[in-house]
Design a protein around this ligand. Sequence first.
Ligand code: 9MJ
Length: 677
Amino acid sequence: MSKATPEIIKRVEELRSQIEDYNYHYYVLDDPRIPDAEYDRLFRELQQLEADYPELASDDSPTRRVGSSAETSFEEVVHRLPMLSLDNAFSEDELRDFDRRVRERLGSDGDIEYVCEPKLDGLAVSLHYENGSLTVAATRGDGYSGEDITANIRTIPSVPLKLRGDDVPDMVEVRGEVYMPKAGFEKLNQRLADRGEKTFVNPRNAAAGSLRQKKSTVTAKRPLEMCAYSVAVTDESLLPDTQWDGLQQVQRWGFRINPEMRKANGVEDCLEAYNELMEKRDSLPYEIDGIVFKVNRLDLQQRLGFVSRAPRWAIAHKFPAQEELTVIEDVEFQVGRTGAVTPVARLKPVFVGGVTVSNATLHNMDEIRRLDAHIGDTVFIRRAGDVIPQVVKVVADKRPENARPVELPKTCPVCGSDVIQIEGEAVARCSGGLYCPAQRKEAIRHYASRKALDIEGLGDKWIDILVDRGMVKTVADLYHLTVRDLTSLERMGEKSASNLVKAIEGSREPVLWRFLYALGIREVGEATAKALASHFGTMEAIADADEEALQEVPDVGPIVAGHIRSFFDQPHNQETLQALKEAGVRWQEEVVEQGEKPLQGETWVLTGTLSGMTRDEAKEKLEALGAKVAGSVSKKTACVVAGEAAGSKLAKAEQLEIPVLDEEGLLKLLKEHGLDG
Ligand code: 9MJ
């Protein structure tokens, strides 16, 4: 391999500095400078050069942020200055007391200037830079010594690997909070849940878990951010005189600082900042658990000093907690408008996230199993923002002896139809779609919708009114509505009423597939309804078909077949169908020319690539001619269609002397039967 020329060395340096500059604008200033694609090109160019010239490798290179699979041992790091914790204020009074103590100690009667910083809910870290390069990063630990997490910290894009600017002191220690933004947390948990892995209770735990990874390649995939909130240098004359200006300096060196920070004059102003931030809390992209007030002037901070583990010049004014413990007293099942049967925990009322919560969703039975939640369990409830309160964790060792497991009811708590849990689906459903009061409005809305029976004038508003007044319970009741019934409703004139009755009348003779689609059977969309209608021809044949027979229809797999079967198995749905018939609804059955199809009874095999159509299209057309299309060639195969690059199946067909058609031959056959184009 050739040695790097001065031009190459220069290019590598240029790329690193450009990429770090773009990172700074993107992650620190929230102000992207170039499109992602351009960034990716530069990044790849640098990666390639570093691969070609390994002697140019550097720990400071932005390409190193992907982490390494070497295992970290988290060596102990003793903090040069202890990492203090903060005293808390839980009320206005406690905050006023703090301010009074500060003024007394300083002998001041005027207002003190404070910096107000959102209190990020993450993990405190300390980062050391020597001659501008990141050397050691450590956790807070017990405040006196923490763990070396340098490899993991390096993967966080908002942490500068090198400080920016030419006014960087030889030694700098920056402290701040590593946290996981809400959106990244949700995505990470979703990803973990999809893989059946344990999820994190909150963004803070997710951030902690991510920093504790032995392999920094794992940390690199976790959406972590860091915000700086304090700085120390050996030569203090190099720092500005205030907390505020110090943070501005730190930002110029390349750190993210919190954009919600502000200054406040005196305690009243602090309280205003508290209320303002509290209002904003739910809309911020990361979690905060309060606001930190710090005396702005560093000389005053020094005069105030510390008590035990906390500075006298700062306090954390806490927001209401978003997690609390309570007990699941019962689990009930609710039926949604689409029939989803959802377990809801009835809780011993608890004050969390600013409100009293007595219910929390448990989502579905998989979630209950994942949590191992029992009735009687003590659980963590989390209510963040406006979202529905969640049960996030069971406290296993608080389970009482009489705790009961949660069981999915066999029948719908609203209408008594069977509850069906299809394998592979998380959600259980009531199968009484046409009848169940919980699903009434949705069933009628779907029945009347444009793609179904297209009953003009029967919009959501009238459906709500008709169902709420008890005038319509099932779709069959629509056909008994009279103009007089309708004009009794407020804001329904004679003309609208008569139009609506006419529109309902007009829906009495649908073609079979539309009617089938209108019934709102789960997973039976227009295409499946058409396929079912043309395969079976009559409603009776569909209603009588077992799951195996249903699966002979193109696109009907075991799940759809299961939904169709359970729909027709419900006596209530059958009653509603009967009521529709009695109300004069006549669906037009299709004519199925059994046995008349040209390829009826034959099994065909498709192999290789076709140029004019996809394999699925060819399959559909052959099926339309009555053939069954199989995946492998056997003695029973009637014919093999071989496209480009056909392999072993063609060879086998030739060996078994089975007729073979090329694409041209297939097109000719389709054309003969009117299936071209
Ligand atoms: C957080 N968690 O956002 C401090 N903090 O200052 C801010 N924590 C702190 N400051 C001194 N903004 C000790 C801890």
